[in-house]
Design a protein around this ligand. Structure first.
Ligand code: ACO
Length: 429
């Protein structure tokens, strides 16, 4: 049988190099081009990594053509139906769904870590009152490394595990504090007798004068959103976390880098942008105008929540979330039904339009998640913060996997230099 290799020939020199093919358990194989530069003298050129696998990973699998998303082999639809967010966290971190006993232990470990150092809480008062909560998140999460020295020896697997638990547990507290600070209300401490989501919602909405009890439908909806956003293989923010930590940087600093990347409107910032867009459209009669703008190459406007680098038939997360929108808006007394109708109508018009059909542009996870978040009372500027909370486990699971990877070295892409050739300083003769 022929060996699984690809021969690359430089037609100019006639030199060839044999590149082994690297197979995973599913999905396209990759060509190992590590010898190419040594043998032929070329780099590979792939801006935005459209055709590059940067690592081997056993965590998340996506088939973008078929609209499939698996966490550790389990379809996202099944996890959304049967699992809690903390079960999904356990699965992503440890590779298997927990037994009831393992789950009980994991839950109690997470609960033990939900409080943040009081010194860290004083950081908030240094931010302007009108700071975006994502700006606060980048700063405060990065600052965790100044407080938890006892878990930053990245060569020690136990330290790595404690950091992972701390990040998952503290993120809701940090997120809620960033909101409380931005509206001038006192911080609310976590409570150990509440579930992960209820606890977060209470920290967001309780005040000293009034307790808060989350609506069970809202808890279920937010739990679903967290599950759907928990990991998504080597996306921009996850790749940022991997690259930042490949130098040996501690996980708190590396996750802060991931948060910065997630904030952008082409990534996690899109859920906020979708609501702003739907509110701007206001009347479904205006949809044609916005579709026209989205297609105009001279207009920077894009249909927010549409399109994905990988999904080319549908985003399975958007399908689940759309159904949740129907269920939730029926149950909750909100004013968001017209917004949902505008979203449905915009989706219908776009999906029938040749521009979107030819480019395979479908609603992504962010298209409907904002409607749910808005309906359960989460303010617009907290949408990407919720995404951050959800994705923390993905970042940290990917980081733990990378730390155990024998092929792991500092990430260092090369470039094709297009600047000035060597020249002398004007003072040199
Ligand atoms: N509205 C209008 N046109 C679009 C859109 C859109 N939302 N998305 C892509 N296009 C067009 C592009 O203009 C381009 O057209 P062309 O071939 O005529 O030049 C073509 O479709 C391909 O688009 P690219 O930008 O090359 O695709 P890429 O894979 O680089 O980008 C991205 C994917 C960033 C998601 C893009 O579709 C986009 O900007 N969408 C809106 C923002 C958004 O919803 N982001 C959330 C992504 S999901 C997540 O992070 C959770």
């Amino acid at each position: 049988m022929a060996e699984d290799k690809v021969t690359i020939t430089d037609k100019k020199t006639g030199k060839t190099v044999e590149a082994p093919v690297v197979h995973g358990t599913m999905g396209p194989a990759g060509i190992d081009i590590r010898n190419l530069q040594k043998e032929l003298g070329y780099f590979t050129y792939d801006p935005a990594f459209m055709a590059t696998a940067s690592c081997k990973s056993a965590i998340t699998y996506i088939d973008g053509d078929a609209g499939i998303l698996l966490y550790r082999g389990y379809p996202i639809e099944q996890l959304a139906k049967h699992s809690s967010y903390l079960e999904v966290c356990y699965l992503l971190l440890y590779g298997e769904l927990p037994t009831p006993k393992e789950m009980e232990e994991f839950q109690s470990i997470i609960i033990d870590h939900t409080m943040v150092h009081e010194g860290l809480r004083r950081f908030y008062s240094g931010f302007r009152h009108d700071a975006h909560p994502m700006a606060i998140m980048v700063g405060v999460v990065g600052a965790l490394s100044a407080f938890y020295h006892d878990s930053t020896d990245i060569t020690d697997p136990r330290h790595r595990e404690i950091s992972a638990h701390r990040l998952i547990a503290k993120m809701p507290s940090i997120a809620a504090d960033s909101y409380k600070y931005s509206i001038g209300q006192p911080f609310v401490y976590p409570r150990n007798d509440l579930g992960f989501v209820e606890n977060f919602m209470r920290m967001m909405f309780a005040v000293p004068t009034n307790e808060f009890k989350a609506h069970p439908k809202s808890v279920k909806a937010l739990e679903l959103i967290l599950i759907l956003h928990a990991d998504h293989e080597q996306n921009a923010s996850t790749s940022t976390v991997r690259l930042a930590s490949s130098s040996g940087a501690n996980p708190f600093a590396s996750v802060a880098a991931g948060i910065a990347s997630l904030w952008g409107p082409a990534h996690g910032g899109a859920n906020e942008a979708v609501i702003r867009m739907l509110e701007e459209i206001k009347d479904p009669k205006e949809i044609a105008k916005f579709i026209k703008r989205a297609k105009d190459k001279h207009d920077p406007f894009r249909l927010m929540g549409f399109g994905h680098r990988i999904y080319k038939s549908h985003d399975p997360r958007a399908v689940i979330i759309r159904q949740m929108c129907y269920d939730l808006l029926k149950e909750l007394d909100t004013e968001d039904a017209p917004l949902f109708e505008t979203a449905l109508e915009l989706e219908k018009v776009a999906l029938a339009d040749d521009y979107f059909i030819e480019r395979q542009l479908y609603p992504n996870v962010d298209y409907y998640s904002g409607i749910i978040l808005k309906a359960i009372g989460i303010p617009l500027n907290m949408f990407t913060v919720i995404f951050t909370m959800a994705r923390t486990v993905g970042w940290i699971a990917q980081w733990m996997e990378m730390m155990e990877d024998e092929e792991q070295r500092i990430g260092r892409p090369r470039q094709i230099y297009t600047g000035h050739p060597r020249r002398n300083h004007p003072s040199e003769k």
